[in-house]
Design a protein around this ligand. Structure first.
Ligand SMILES: *Cc1c(COP(=O)(O)O)cnc(C)c1O
Length: 363
C-alpha cells in the first residue's frame, strides 16, 4: 500500500509514530493489562501521565510559572462561551477582532451570550476585505475599557495567519486552535490562549487552555461548572471525568514533538513545507492563492483552480493518488491543504508533484 497523505483541516492527521505507539499499547498500557481509556483518571498511573504532559507542554511553549495549564472539554467552540462567562461578569465589555470565519463565530457567540444586557458589551473590529489582507487596528487609542481583546491568529477556513503581536492595553485572548505549537510564541503576551486539540495536538473534544493567574480574579457569570476556569484550576482539570484518551494522545504528541526538536525545529519545517507549496502555486497559472502574502497561513494553504469546473476531477484524481481531504471549506470553496506539524515534507512534495501533473494533463 502506498502512503496516504491526509490534508484534513480537522480532525487532522496525527504523527505516525504516535499512532503506532498508541496502537501497540492500546490493549495493555503501562503494563496494567488494560487500555489507558479504561482506568481511573485519578489512578496514580494516569496522574503521572498528566503531570508529564504538563511538564512537556510547559517546556515546549516556555509557559511562565504564573500561567495555569488546563485540559478541558468542549473543543474550540467550548472556549468561545467559556471566555465570556468567566471574564465578563454582569457589566464587563470585550473587543473582538474579526479576520475570518472563526473569529467571527467567536464574536457571534459573545454577542449572543451577553444579549440579555441592556447595553452592547461586545465591540467588533472587522477586516473589510478579509481574504486579501488583515488589518490589525491600533488598539492603544481606544477609550473604552475592555476586560479582554479576542482574536484568532490563524483563520483555518480562509488560510489567513496574523504573525505580528497585537498591541493592546487589555489582556489578549487568542484562539490558537489551528496554529498552537506550529511556531514559537511569547506566552507572556497573552491573558489566555486556547486551542481545540484536533489540529495540532490530538483527538477532538479536548481543549487546551493557558491562562494567566490574575485573569481568574475577573468577575464571572453563573455557568456550567465544567467550563469554570477557577474550578478547573482548583481540581487540576478533573472537576469531572476529563477526556482521558484524548489527554493521553496529547501527551504522546508532546513527547513526539520534543523528540523531533521541539517547536523551534518544527517551525522551520513548517515554513519550508508552506513555502514550497506557495511558491509552486504562485509559479503556476493553473492555481492561485488570494491571501495577502504577509498573511498566508503556514498551517492551512488555500488555493483555487483557475478553471473551477475541474474541481471535482481534481479532488477525485488526488484521492486516487493517495492525497485526501483537499476540498476547501464549503463557505469559501476551492481547495485547502492543511499541513499541520504531523504532515511530513514528503506529503507536500507529493501534493506538488500531483498538482503539476494534473495541470499539465489539462493544458
Ligand atoms: C477548528 C477550530 C475551532 C473549532 O473547534 P471545535 O473543536 O470544532 O469547536 C475554533 N477555532 C479555530 C481557529 C479552529 O480552527
Amino acid at each position: 500500500m502506498s502512503a496516504t497523505y491526509n490534508f484534513c483541516a480537522g480532525p487532522a492527521m496525527l504523527p505516525q509514530a504516535v499512532m503506532q505507539k498508541a496502537q501497540s499499547e492500546l490493549l495493555d498500557w503501562n503494563g496494567l493489562g488494560t487500555s489507558v481509556m479504561e482506568i481511573s483518571h485519578r489512578s496514580k498511573e494516569f496522574i503521572a501521565l498528566t503531570e508529564q504532559a504538563e511538564v512537556d507542554l510547559r517546556e515546549l511553549m516556555s509557559i511562565p510559572a504564573n500561567y495555569h495549564l488546563l485540559f478541558m472539554h468542549g473543543g474550540g467552540r467550548g472556549q468561545f462561551s467559556a471566555v465570556v462567562n468567566n471574564f465578563l461578569g454582569n457589566n464587563g465589555k470585550a473587543l473582538y477582532l474579526v479576520s475570518g470565519s472563526w473569529s467571527k463565530a467567536a464574536a457571534e457567540e459573545a454577542v449572543n451570550l451577553t444579549s440579555h444586557a441592556q447595553i452592547d458589551r461586545i465591540d467588533i473590529v472587522k477586516n473589510d476585505n478579509n481574504i486579501n489582507t488583515v488589518v490589525v487596528p491600533p488598539l492603544l487609542g481606544k477609550s473604552d475599557e475592555y476586560r479582554y481583546v479576542h482574536y484568532c491568529p490563524n483563520e483555518t477556513v480562509e488560510g489567513i495567519e496574523i504573525f505580528d503581536d497585537i498591541e493592546s492595553p487589555w489582556p489578549i485572548v487568542a484562539d490558537m486552535s489551528s496554529n498552537i505549537l506550529s511556531r514559537e510564541i511569547d506566552v507572556s503576551q497573552y491573558g489566555l490562549i486556547y486551542a481545540g486539540a484536533q489540529k495540532n495536538i490530538g483527538p477532538s473534544g479536548l481543549s487546551i487552555v493557558i491562562v494567566r493567574d490574575d485573569m481568574l480574579s475577573m468577575p464571572s457569570l453563573p455557568q456550567s461548572s465544567i467550563m469554570d476556569y477557577k474550578l478547573a484550576v482548583k481540581h487540576g482539570s478533573m472537576y469531572n471525568t476529563p477526556p482521558t484518551f484524548s489527554w493521553y494522545l496529547a501527551a504522546e504528541v508532546f513527547a513526539w514533538l520534543k523528540s523531533v526538536g521541539g517547536v523551534k525545529a518544527i517551525a522551520q519545517a513548517n515554513v519550508e513545507k508552506a513555502s514550497v507549496l506557495y511558491d509552486f502555486i504562485d509559479g503556476s497559472a493553473f492555481y492561485s492563492n488570494t491571501v495577502a502574502v504577509q498573511h498566508r497561513s503556514v498551517m492551512n494553504v488555500t488555493f483555487y483552480l483557475t478553471d473551477e469546473a475541474l474541481n471535482s476531477e481534481f479532488l477525485f484524481d488526488a484521492m486516487t493518488a493517495g492525497l485526501v481531504a483537499l476540498k476547501g471549506h464549503r463557505s469559501v470553496g476551492g481547495m485547502r491543504a492543511s499541513i499541520y506539524n504531523a504532515m511530513p515534507l514528503a506529503g507536500v512534495e507529493k501534493l506538488i508533484e500531483f498538482m503539476a501533473q494534473f495541470a499539465q494533463a489539462k493544458q
